[in-house]
Design a protein around this ligand. Structure first.
Ligand SMILES: *[C@@H]1O[C@H](CO)[C@@H](O)[C@H](O)[C@H]1NC(C)=O
Ligand SMILES: *[C@@H]1O[C@H](CO)[C@@H](O)[C@H](O)[C@H]1NC(C)=O
Ligand SMILES: *[C@@H]1O[C@H](CO)[C@@H](O)[C@H](O)[C@H]1NC(C)=O
Length: 313
């Protein structure tokens, strides 16, 4: 690879490092190299949204960080390899109004026909990309097209048409796929379907938990309606685009780990989205994370799959 640029996860997915693991931990699968890894773990305890860990054969130099620390870039000198983690949860232009725990003070303002410059600007320079989005579309939002408000999702009292998140998700993915398929990009582009969560007895904001400690048997965990709706739209828009990409010589591939991940309710940080949540109070009630994944854990498998495709096509 000659100065490959690797763009990891545009959007709402993070390699969450769970409380028990520390940065000299060995034996994790490397993200890119298949040799014995040394782990570089970057963790930001305040925000689960910016935790990224990269297990790799050498310690990289961080060469970029945006103002809110959500997007970062590292350079691995001996391979002349650059990895970027780009925070763009909607892939289209969005203004959000919420804190690190996801508590909003206003609806997201979403422009369904304007791609987010955060990833758009760097797109031409990347050799490999993994693009995904998903759950953020379930949030209360006001939708804009052509700079005009066309409707919303979950905005009672605003006198706007409720279009539903499906409307916005289809429009956005269609637009993203349209851009990709006509981009004449020469790199390898993965589109990853959104990942299923395992919140039980509530959701992320109202006490949901995921207490399972062992994998489920195949078929034991059914996909939730919302996860299924998101995935179906993703598959549909990918299919439509993939019929056309070949003509344009764009190398777009699908990564869909839904069934593997459904069987791993035990793989989430749970209460350990913060370091040592029970150190002060053994019976404290803490917010659980049953959406992101621990490392080591189920997503180590992704690296093997991605590696196989990158190396062997
Ligand atoms: C690293 O890659 C950049 C961009 O392709 C190139 O300009 C530079 O010469 C490379 N550095 C080395 C040491 O090969
Ligand atoms: C991290 O792990 C190493 C190796 O297992 C261990 O020696 C070290 O004490 C750990 N550090 C912390 C802060 O737990
Ligand atoms: C520990 O947390 C529980 C549950 O929130 C609470 O009832 C209790 O008062 C806390 N104990 C202390 C010492 O803060």
């Amino acid at each position: 690879m000659n100065n490959p640029l690797f763009f990891v996860n545009v959007f709402a997915y993070f390699f969450k490092v769970c409380g028990a693991i520390n940065s000299s931990h060995n034996g994790l699968n490397p993200l890119i190299f298949n040799s014995f890894p040394r782990c570089f773990i970057d963790r930001d305890d305040e925000s689960p949204h910016t935790s990224l860990s990269v297990c790799i054969v050498e310690q990289p130099v961080q060469i970029h960080q945006d103002v809110d620390s959500k997007s970062k870039r590292w350079h691995f000198q001996s391979y002349n390899l650059t990895i970027s983690n780009i925070w763009s949860p909607f892939l289209v232009k969005a203004a959000t109004f919420e804190d690190i725990n996801g508590v909003s003070t206003a609806e997201v303002q979403l422009h369904l026909d304007k791609l987010d410059k955060k990833w758009l600007d760097i797109y031409p320079s990347l050799d490999y990309m993994i693009i995904s989005t998903g759950k953020w579309f379930l949030k209360a939002a006001v939708y804009h097209e052509n700079d005009v408000i066309v409707g919303c999702h979950l905005c009672p009292g605003k006198n706007l048409i409720e279009l539903g998140f499906e409307y916005a998700y289809k429009k956005t993915l269609h637009y993203v796929m349209d851009f990709i398929k006509t981009s004449k990009h020469k790199g390898l582009i993965f589109f990853r379907t959104s990942t299923p969560d395992h919140f039980k007895n509530g959701e992320w904001h109202n006490g949901g938990t995921c207490p399972k400690t062992i994998p489920a048997k195949e078929g034991e965990v059914k996909i939730k309606d919302l996860n299924r709706i998101l995935r179906n739209i993703e598959l549909e828009e990918f299919e439509k685009a993939s019929a056309k990409v070949a003509n344009n010589e764009v190398n777009l591939k699908l990564l869909d780990f839904t069934n593997l991940l459904l069987s791993r309710p035990d793989g989430h940080p749970g209460p350990y989205r913060q370091l040592q949540p029970y150190s002060k109070n053994k019976t404290a009630v803490v917010q659980n994370d049953c959406l992101h994944w621990c490392i080591p854990g189920p997503i180590d498998f992704w690296n093997d799959v991605i590696m196989e495709i990158v190396v062997n096509g």
